[in-house]
Design a protein around this ligand. Structure first.
Ligand SMILES: [Zn+2]
Length: 120
């Protein structure tokens, strides 16, 4: 049984990012959330771009890709925030796939925790 796509508005995504920042102790970062139009390269759901020296990051979400695959946008937002957290502690591998599985699992868990706690 296919699960229904779980959508999230950009405003809701920004609220979820702020929650993540408070939970994970990266509240001093400035994280911008951008919803991109159309499709992404390689069907990717999201992307995080970070500048650790300035504690600035941009999280890009492709809603179209989520709707195409019934993917959970909140899980993607949490996944991309995990990349930013890894950048904060210097654990991110540039262009690497090392942590993707971990961020997927953690992203799903955080999405469930957020829904339980905040009711998104
Ligand atoms: Zn990733």
């Amino acid at each position: 049984m296919a699960k229904p796509a779980k959508t999230l508005t950009a405003v809701e995504a920004r609220k979820a990012v702020r929650w993540f920042q408070q939970q994970m102790g990266i509240g001093d970062w400035s994280i911008k959330v951008v919803y991109a139009d159309g499709g992404s390269d390689d069907g990717q759901l999201g992307l995080a771009s970070a500048q650790p020296p300035y504690k600035r990051a941009t999280v890009i979400v492709w809603p179209t890709e989520h709707l195409a695959g019934d993917d959970d946008m909140l899980s993607t937002v949490m996944h991309e925030c995990c990349h930013v957290m890894a950048e904060d502690v210097g654990a991110e591998v540039p262009n690497g796939q090392t942590y993707e599985y971990t961020w997927n699992r953690l992203g799903d868990l955080l999405a469930a925790a957020y829904r339980a706690g905040v009711g998104a």
